[in-house]
Structure formats: structure tokens, C-alpha cells
Design a protein around this ligand. Sequence first.
Ligand SMILES: Nc1ncnc2c1ncn2[C@@H]1O[C@H](COP(=O)(O)OP(=O)(O)OP(=O)(O)O)[C@@H](O)[C@H]1O
Ligand SMILES: [Mg+2]
Ligand SMILES: [Mg+2]
Length: 682
Amino acid sequence: MSKPAPASFDLFGDDALNPPPASPLAESHEPRPAVAKTPGGYTASDIEVLEGLEPVRKRPGMYIGGTDERALHHLFAEVLDNSMDEAVAGHAKLIEVHLDADGTLTVTDNGRGMPVDPHPKYPDKSALEVIMTILHSGGKFSGKSYETSGGLHGVGVSVVNALSERVQITSWRDGFEHRQVFSRGKPVGKLEQMGPSRKKGTAVSFLPDPVIFGEGAAFRPARLYRMARSKAYLFRGVEIRWKCDPSRIQDQTPAEATFHFPNGLADFLAERTKGIATVTPEAFSGRIERTGEAGAVEWAISWTPQGFGEADGFLQSYCNTVPTPEGGTHESGLRAALTRGLKAYGELVNEKKAGLITADDVIANAGALISVFIRNPEFQGQTKERLSSSDAQKLVETALRDPFDHWLTASPKVARALLDFVIERAEDRLKRRKDREVARASATRKLRLPGKLADCSGGAIDGAELFLVEGDSAGGSAKQARDRKTQAILPLRGKILNVASATGEKMGANKELSDLMLALGVQGGAKFKEEELRYERIVIMTDADVDGAHIASLLITFFYRTMPQMVRAGRLYLALPPLYRLSHGNKSVYARDDAHKDELLATEFKGKKPEISRFKGLGEMMPAQLKETTMDPAKRTLARVTLPRSEEAVEALVETLMGRKPELRFRFIQENAEFAAADVDI
Ligand SMILES: Nc1ncnc2c1ncn2[C@@H]1O[C@H](COP(=O)(O)OP(=O)(O)OP(=O)(O)O)[C@@H](O)[C@H]1O
Ligand SMILES: [Mg+2]
Ligand SMILES: [Mg+2]
């Protein structure tokens, strides 16, 4: 076994929730001529060059980050972004989003219309066909037709085309309506001139391809609605109209709505802080356009002691109206500007404690929105989740500096309240750090611990681990296999409650879960305090089978629901027990799954006939084996459970795990059962 580096187990990453295409993609490829090969050889003929849109269908993950529900909705983001670019460039004022009964989504804008004249480089094709069928074709490379666009790669809508069963583009321009239809990236007939029309603009209608996204994959109206609405907040010059066939709606999402927000982000924040007591009566918000240059910064921030639902605060950022859930330079600029401004104000009013303030103290209890418009932004990847343009930091910092100073000095009472609030956060933080250093033993003395917990004997929180195991027999093995100084065992019986569909009352009454909370030493929800956790790591240890994965997913959901901070802090892990032991002579090796076993048979045990034993469950392993393979920190591999920052992605996960559709859950569990086994380096 090699070094036990913790494998990352990203529930939303491309691997975990990214099902393989529902059926082979063979139909997306031209048949390749058979080439004579030397058997087992690796030659030039093994190197493929994918043509046209073929790479998109073959490796959708590279373009849309996977083929899961998030990736599916990213198609909408690409099409909507293009219409927004047209609006931000000053050519469109109205965008309509329409989800049809059959699942076709249409985005219409009244911009300039996609160009339809023959393309100079491909004289037999219209510009529209070039845009739709050639990667890296677009009008946003030079800055001539668009100044600050969300589009920059020339890839977006062609990717949508490649991954849709059917796409219809309508372009109204030059006095006519033009139309072309595509299927899985290929034109179905030529561009047609339909008839005279005085309209202007573009309509993109598309139906995602079930071959890529899986049979039954469909847009979720609630998600589309939220995406469309938040776009409208980001550009006050646009009106977005939403319409959805009622047969598609299963929740409270309105079938029709109009979004137009003349106060931009300030409206957005007001919506989010409705009914929440804030530290200052007015939010700190504003908008600055660079004079003589393209670019703008808009922001809105408000502080609250009471938190926003389950989070203490939030920071959402955008660049050229594209959401950047992973943050980036614009967020750094905002944090720096606020911290510097507040510290400087503290100095001004002779408040010594202002020196304690860090950026986290300023932002952790704030609801903050920041949106920048810049030329040639640099993002990481096509889904644009993180902004990396270095000038964005400076732009935001400079833009906010004076307005923040003015805002603070204009109203000393307000400024004082904010300063005190943030200093209190800083003091809290310092105190928490001190408390953590105090031995965990004293905390333990005060607590009533559940009877079946085998706690560890050491006093420190750092290094302490709680193993959650399934059933008493596995619990017994684990107790013998553990290092009693640092490892605690809590056996949980049977399938715990399906939390997502349970009421709060039922959850409180569930013995397994209340024991779990007691053992952890924390309370759930708003009362959760990370520093009260009695263990540094919480390790879910279940059998390496589908049932085990189910229990693990129930627990993950429970933790996400009751203490997302703990998960985000990277303190939740999955143990990865092996499935087989292969031994021959005095050599024995563990295999985590069938593929690994076959690999070992072909390598380590080549030509030999090792004895193979299969573990039916953890309870069947000898304690020494369990220790060696799964629990001993020096030898084991743990998978860390991580969650993305974006609320939508988390929601999608919970829906997948716990929602009312058993088939989604089943798929997730199987994939993760596989994944948990596949990503390990043993
Ligand atoms: N609604 C629209 N109105 C006018 N032109 C459009 C519209 N949608 C797309 N285009 C044109 O098609 C080009 C290609 O669009 P595509 O989404 O593929 O790439 P992009 O927007 O340039 O960059 P990105 O890959 O980052 O989205 C755009 O650059 C623009 O010139
Ligand atoms: Mg293109
Ligand atoms: Mg685009």
C-alpha cells in the first residue's frame, strides 16, 4: 500500500455525479476505416483527431462540466449569456425564456440577430451555420462587436448545438426571417429565408439530447426561473420574460413572470434580506462605470447578526453577468476594499481594536453581491466558475475605496455600529481559537454521551476521529481494530431516517440521530458551532456494497442538512474498506473492487493462482484486517466529502439523494459506490 493521501470526494465534481452517457455515443461518430495493426501495438493509428463538434459529444465534461443536472442547466446559461451579451452591448432590451410542454427551451432576444451572410472563410456556409457548427467561432474575440461580454471562447452555443437532439435558430435581420435546424450538431438542411419581417433578434430553441443527458433528463422550471431572474438583477437595462408550460411545473414556480430591476444588485440584496434585521439601516451599495473605458463595478452589502437561513452570510459574484460560484479576483478585491476601509475608519476614530479585523471577520456575517463588467475576462474553464483576471481585483478595490469611505464618514452612528459588529466578530474568533486549545476532556465531562459510543481516551480534539459504523457486529470489529486513544466508534442501527422527506419533529425523535448529535457534542441548524465538535474528523464507515452506499448517502444528507459548515470545513470522510483479499505464499494484497482485483491478478499475481476471499461486510473482517486496510491512519485511504459553494448545486444533490425519485437516488448510489472505490490510491 502506498501513502494514504486523502482522496477528494467531490459530490458534485465531474466524477461523482457525472453519469456515463445513457447509451453509447457511437452514432455521433463517422465510422472509421479499419486499419491493420500490430496486435497489442500502440502506433500512429491509435491517435485520434476528433473533428468538428465530435469532441463535445465525446467529452462533454470538458465543455459543460459533466452530464448531470447542473451540466444540463448550463446549456441554458450559455444561450442566455449570449442574449445578455447582446443586451449589455446595448442592442437588446427584451429577452424571453420559454419552456415548452415537450421540454424544448427557447430563448429569444431583440438584438441584432445572428449574422446570416456567407462567411468569408467558408463561402458556402452562412455565418449562422459557422457559429453553430464550428468551435471557437464567434464575434467576441476582438471587442469590436461586444465590449464586455460574458462570451469569450466562441464555444458556448456550438456546444449547446452538439449536445441537443434538435436546435432551431431563427434570426430576424435585414428585413427577413431566417431559419436553420440542426440535430446533434449537424445541419438538417440549409439556412432558409422564411419571409419578410421587420423584427430584429435571435431565437434559439433547443431540446437536450437524451443520449448525452440520460433518458428522462429535463429542465427544472424552478432552476430556470431563478437563473433568469438573477440575470435581470445583473443588468438593469434588460427585461426578461419567463413563461413555462404549466404541465412542466411541479412546485410553486410561476408559469409567467417579468423581471426588470431598475436598482440592480441593490434590489437583489433587498430581496435576500427581506425580514432580516441588519446592522446598518441601509445596505452599502453602488455602481461605478469607468469613464472613457469599458468596464463597470456594482455591489451591494449588508450585515446581519442573525444569519441567512442556514448560513451566516453569503458572497455571490459575477463577471459580465456570468455567475462565478468559485469566486476569484473580484471577490478578493471586495474583501480587501472592505477590510482596508473599515480598519482605516477604526484608526480615524481611534478604535485600537480595529487592528484585529481580518477580511473573514468583515465578510462572514454579510450578504454581499459583487458584479463586474470587464473586457477580455479570464475564467477557469468553459463553465466560467472562477474569475482569474488579475486586473479585476484592482478595479474593484479602487472602485469601492472612496464610496466606502464616504458611506462610513457620512453617518458616524451607522459606521460605529458596523465597526463594533465586526470587532465583535474578530474577538469571537480569537476567543474560539483559545477555547479550542482548551482540552476536549472538560467539554466531555459536561456532556451526557450515548451509551453505545466507544469514545476515545485522548483529550485533544485535534486528531480525534469518530467512526460511524453500520450495525453492532461491524461496531464490534471496529472497536477492536481502533486506536483507542484517538478513534471513537459509534454503531448506528439499520437505515436511519430519510431526512430530506422527514419533518423536523421526526428527526428530533429519531434515536440514532440524537445519539449521533450527542456524540458529536453539537447542536444542528443555526445553533451549530464548529468549535463544539468533539472530533476533528467524522468518518462514515459502511460496507462496500450498495446498501452501505445508501446508508452513507443518508448520513451525508443528514450532515449537509444539519451542519453544512462541518462538511464545508472538510471534516467529513468516507472510509474505503476493501472488497477482496488475494493471498499467495506469504504475500497478501487487498483489492477495493472487481476491476482492481482483475488488475492485481494480471500484475502482482501474474501466472499464479492466489487464494481470493471476498468480504461480505465489515463485520466479517478480522479486526487486524480492518485496522490494516481501513482504519490505521498510516495505511488507510479516506475520501473527503466536499460540497460546492453554489446553493443550486447543493440543492440538486439533495434532490438527487433524498428527493422523491428513487431512480435518481439509485443511480447516485451506484455511481458513488463505484466512485468511492475507483478514486483510491492503495
Ligand atoms: N443571441 C445572439 N445574438 C447575436 N449574436 C449571437 C447570439 N448568440 C450568439 N451570437 C454570436 O455567435 C457567436 C458565438 O457564440 P458562442 O456562444 O458559441 O460563443 P461566444 O459567446 O463568443 O463565447 P463563449 O464560448 O464564451 O460563449 C457569438 O460570439 C456572437 O457573435
Ligand atoms: Mg461557436
Ligand atoms: Mg456564448
